[in-house]
Design a protein around this ligand. Structure first.
Ligand SMILES: Cc1ncc(COP(=O)(O)O)c(C=O)c1O
Length: 398
């Protein structure tokens, strides 16, 4: 028997177009250190530190006990799809119908499906930088070409319609928005979002708005582009229960979009995963239809953690940090350390932080910038203090 090496196995051209997720790579390296007994402070993981609320867990247990354990409709049960559109209508004033919704196995899956049905070979996709790692690779997997839009860090990584307009060509098919943003925590104002969506609509360009962090918006002005009813025919809103209800491991996300797009996404899903897990669908109904105080409680705590970590980071000599207005990431600028000794890149800094200070962060290169590291503050204040102290020491020694 021979062992197949990666060179000997002829994989498809399309799988070779993409890279493994940078965030997953950090998680794996931190896990490895932890398994060797190292005390790692984890600022790498992109997930809430809260447990899933009890009433959601109870609904899943009841689903198992009630034998709700069979296949369901591919796009989700009517009960779940109705819960998705009702929640969205109640919170944002949208008017989607059940048929214009689809439940998928996580927001990432909904996004993957949406991009596969909208982007063809050679299509251009405008992607604001810094971007969430998976956008670029999912677009490439579909055969599309990413056109990167540099945002303005001095204005909190702002993206405006004017900046988008400069990049539009006859091949532009899609613009991907992500507000609040992973990794920068930047929140686009309702006015900027509306202008970008209006421009795209006018030019016949699609918008996918990844709103996985839409409830983790600390500006007091929570907004979904799904409320812009007049532009709906070129718009897909992607949502997720992962962050909103601390349900990352359950894998439940959704999309809202025009009927032909939702139907095409369901067709693709019917030939891959089929329905999201039946039990999780019942839990999702409980999350969406049940009490929403848990969301508010988590949001309030994230704001305190955000302030704590940003103050801590800004107090480290050489570190600059814009104020993130949503999600649970800070994106400090560490460019003043580049060129000191052997430190040449954000990856070098993140590597040394992990291996020498035992603090896991994600280097900015994975998000398209070279001067930053991503710090997830979805953890306790005690952990934040421990990690910040270690960072302070290591950076001072560079
Ligand atoms: C911007 C963004 N979109 C989508 C997702 C996917 O979330 P999930 O697949 O857990 O719903 C994530 C997760 O980190 C994210 O940060």
């Amino acid at each position: 028997m021979t062992t197949a090496t990666s060179e000997a196995v002829k994989l498809t051209e399309r799988i070779n177009r993409i890279e493994p997720s940078a965030t997953m790579a950090v998680v794996a390296e931190a896990d490895k250190l932890r398994s060797q007994g190292v005390d790692v402070v984890d600022f790498g993981a992109g997930e809430p530190h809260f447990p899933t609320p009890q009433h959601i867990k109870d609904a899943a247990i009841a689903a198992i006990q009630g034998n709700f354990t069979k296949y369901t409709a591919v796009a989700g049960t009517p009960e779940l799809r109705d819960a998705i559109v009702r929640r969205h209508a109640a919170d944002f004033g949208s008017d989607y119908r059940r048929e214009e919704s689809i439940a998928s196995t996580g927001g990432k899956h909904a996004l993957f499906n949406a991009i596969q049905v909208l982007v063809d070979h050679g299509d251009e996709v405008i992607l604001p930088v810094p971007y969430w790692v998976s956008f670029k690779d999912i677009v490439r997997y579909a055969g599309g070409k990413c056109v990167f839009l540099e945002s303005d860090e001095s204005q909190g990584f702002r993206v405006t319609a004017e900046m988008v307009a400069r990049l539009i060509t006859p091949r532009t098919k899609l613009i991907i928005l992500n507000s609040p943003s992973n990794p920068s925590g930047a929140v686009m104002s309702p006015a900027d979002l509306t202008e970008v969506v209006r421009l795209a609509h006018e030019r016949g360009i699609w918008v996918i708005s990844d709103e996985c962090y839409v409830y983790l918006n600390y500006t007091g002005d929570i907004f979904s582009v799904g409320s812009l009813r007049e532009y709906k025919d070129r718009l897909v809103v992607v949502g997720s229960l992962s962050k909103t209800y601390a349900m990352t491991g359950w894998r439940m996300g959704y999309a809202l979009g025009p009927l032909p797009v939702a139907a095409a996404m369901a067709k693709l899903q019917s030939q891959s995963t089929s329905n999201p897990t039946s039990i999780v669908q019942k839990a999702a109904v409980a999350a969406l239809n049940g009490p929403q105080e848990c969301v508010e409680q988590m949001r309030t705590e994230y704001i305190q953690l955000r302030d704590h970590v940003v103050n801590g980071l800004r107090s480290i000599p050489g570190v600059a940090c814009t104020l993130p207005e949503g999600a649970f990431y800070a994106y400090p600028n560490i460019s003043s350390f580049l060129g000191r000794g052997s430190v040449k890149s954000a990856s070098d800094i993140a590597g040394r932080l992990l291996r020498e200070a035992h603090v896991a962060t994600v280097p900015g290169e994975g998000f398209g910038t070279h001067d930053h590291i991503r710090v997830s503050y979805a953890t306790s204040k005690t952990e934040l203090d421990r990690g910040l102290e270690r960072m302070r020491k290591l950076l001072a020694a560079l």
